[in-house]
Design a protein around this ligand. Sequence first.
Ligand SMILES: Cc1ncc(COP(=O)(O)O)c(C=O)c1O
Length: 391
Amino acid sequence: MNKIESLYAEFIEQRDNQALRRDLVDITRPSGHEIQVKGRNFINFSSNDYLGLSQHPLLISRGQEWGARYGAGSSASRLVTGNLDVFTTIEKKIADFKNKESALVMVSGFQANASVLPALFDKNVLGSMPLVFSDKLNHASMYLGCNAANIQQVRYRHNDMNHLQDLLEQHVDHNAPKFILTESVFSMDGDIAPLNDIYGVAKKYDCFVIVDEAHATGVLGENGQGLATKADLVIGTFSKAFGAFGAYIACSQTMKDYLTNKCSGLIYATALPPAVLGSIDAAIDLVPTMNKERLMLQNMAQNFRDEMSSIGFDCGLSQTQIVPIMIGDAKEALRISEHLKENGVWATAIRPPTVPSNTARLRFAFSATHSENDLDKLIAVLKNKVVKKAA
Ligand SMILES: Cc1ncc(COP(=O)(O)O)c(C=O)c1O
């Protein structure tokens, strides 16, 4: 092994010793709510396909249709010759859906955060280095975007409005443009940011509010439009409740024009392929019609939380289709995850660095494709686990 490569090998070994190693697992999908691994079927509670749209015939057929009509790839960046006319249709639909003046489709949610945030936090454009007040539990891609911007992040305790207010007060004489950055539904906790309070402090301290709606759009809010209708700029993804791939920014026309001129992830990346755009277009048509599925999803999650608290599991502050069971120790989280697998249930153990140290957990994500039987089975297996532990 090359000397440099041995340093990477050492890192993997360390991860292994701490029960923090990750490995890729080959998966096939026999149905919307199941995965198959090494010939065995599991009910999948680790997918973000909240409405089951990834398997919807309309997403598949429109994807195929647009692929056949326009070709496999878009062949260039949107600013060169990749901007197929269907982008305009999709952006109009998503802007209307999100109640914003305008929208901009991007390649992925991760790539959007990593490239939109540095574009927004440009000190040369803003006249001085901005201050970005960000929730401590924001997604890794938001951190990456802040780091790439080389700005000073002021991190407030998760969803703690008193802390945010204190920090803003401490910086009140700081004559920099100020931003507040949060998720609306937190991906690993399933709790909701107090957005009205955030808008209140933003108004008081003259801040620009950016909200990542990855786990809210399609699932929460009127007709699934999400929760952050009053944010100055929303970042969202088509890879979760929309069942496809890609991302969007919902904002004013000015912000769209600015990002079109400044955002590296738009300027220097090939546009999304036509088949993906077809699936996105179909999902935007379907999502507002799925109130029944949304209600089912929330009821399922609530039943699960009630059952878990009755047997002493801690589901944190979850209020949504994402429900963690807090474990703490990474090895124990892996052990429970293995126990679930032995019983035909797939729930990935979420460990540091994805979550803070000593907060390893099992993260259950419900989908409209889960049946009552699936939920009953999950609850029974977890109850069995508790009995086993107590014995
Ligand atoms: C809050 C949040 N933002 C962004 C992303 C990235 O989105 P995408 O999967 O479209 O790259 C995720 C996905 O895990 C997320 O949870």
